[in-house]
Design a protein around this ligand. Structure first.
Ligand code: ATP
Ligand code: MG
Length: 300
């Protein structure tokens, strides 16, 4: 059995979807369920949205001798969850880093709300409204929940206390953190808890909450359920649903096709750094998507 086969989980999507209330896909009926490129979707399809929130056209990235991405296309709309799938080394994380400005592309065009942009740094990505939750989460174990949420954008007290004495507005940051967590239905009893003591699921939700504090329009989640048990994974997927409801575009990397079936609208498959198919998730079988991931079918 290949490494990928061991890692990919098939068949839990329906169970998860049911346990989570059997969400219906908001775009059901708008697409035909077959592999298609973002530029040439199925005949007869009616798209109800304007220009994509984010579009990648012919993006390539090379690391020395390794061609990590070659002519990759991807589109995501507001309020849409796009799963980014592929074998180990397919280029998923590289694509996330290209979009988030960590490793800018060598070639190709990135469009944001219909306008070509150059995302050369993470700061530019954040300013546009693109937030990223990396797989390692990049949380500081020794700091508490509120401190982690505001890491890198700490707020000083208003007036002279902040300007002159450089005092942090701890109370204000805790209040906003509490409001944010409550709005997302995230239960963390005490914001002064060091994140080292939180469960994997709570850590994941803290990392997502931190990304949301910047009020992004798009969020990239690199394997958010990989280290979680079923209940915590289900909670994170509920959160993804909630982000979609708020009109945020979500790119979700996952090896768990059950999760993808439960929550994604579209799936984009990468194989050896190239596109290998776009699928309308509600009307496409897990087997079909799996075949594209392992290269049994070619949809370039
Ligand atoms: N900084 C780097 N320097 C050199 N090669 C790199 C670098 N980052 C990624 N690569 C290579 O680019 C290719 C794509 O890697 P990437 O991490 O994007 O894959 P992935 O799809 O995220 O895989 P996984 O499922 O294992 O996380 C791999 O061959 C990898 O070795
Ligand atoms: Mg990766």
């Amino acid at each position: 059995m290949s490494r990928l086969r061991r890692k990919i989980v098939i068949g839990t999507g329906r169970a998860l979807a049911l346990s989570r209330g059997g969400r219906t896909h908001p775009r059901s009926g708008l697409h035909r369920g077959h592999a298609a490129s973002p530029r040439s979707r199925g005949e007869g399809e009616v798209r109800v949205t304007g220009p994509p929130l984010l579009a990648l056209r012919g993006v390539s990235k090379r690391f020395g001798a390794v061609q990590a991405l070659k002519d990759v296309d991807l589109e995501i709309h507001e309020g849409e969850v796009v799963a980014l799938l592929g074998d180990n080394g397919a280029g998923k994380s590289t694509l996330v880093k290209v979009i988030s400005g960590v490793t800018p592309a060598d070639k190709g065009v990135i469009e944001w709300q219909g306008r070509a942009v150059q995302i050369r740094t993470p700061r530019i990505a954040r300013r546009l409204g693109i937030a990223t939750v990396y797989q390692n989460l990049a949380l500081c174990d020794d700091l508490d929940v509120a401190e982690n949420l505001f890491l890198g954008r700490e707020r000083r007290c208003p007036g002279v206390r902040g300007r002159l004495f450089r005092l942090m507005d701890t109370g204000g940051m805790r209040r906003e953190a509490r409001g944010q967590l409550d709005a997302l239905g995230i239960r963390v009893p005490d914001l002064r808890t060091p994140v080292a003591t939180l469960s994997a699921g709570q850590r994941q939700t803290v990392a997502i909450s931190r990304a949301l504090l910047g009020r992004p329009k798009a969020i990239l989640l690199d394997e958010p359920t990989a280290a979680l048990g079923v209940p915590q994974a289900s909670h994170v997927l509920d959160l993804v649903d909630e982000l979609r409801e708020q009109g945020i575009g979500v790119i979700l990397i996952s090896h768990n096709l059950g999760d993808v079936k439960a929550v994604a609208d579209e799936a984009a498959v990468l194989r050896l750094g190239r596109n290998n198919g776009f699928f309308h998730v509600p009307t496409t079988s897990q087997d079909r998507i799996f075949s594209a991931m392992v290269g049994a079918t070619t949809n370039a």
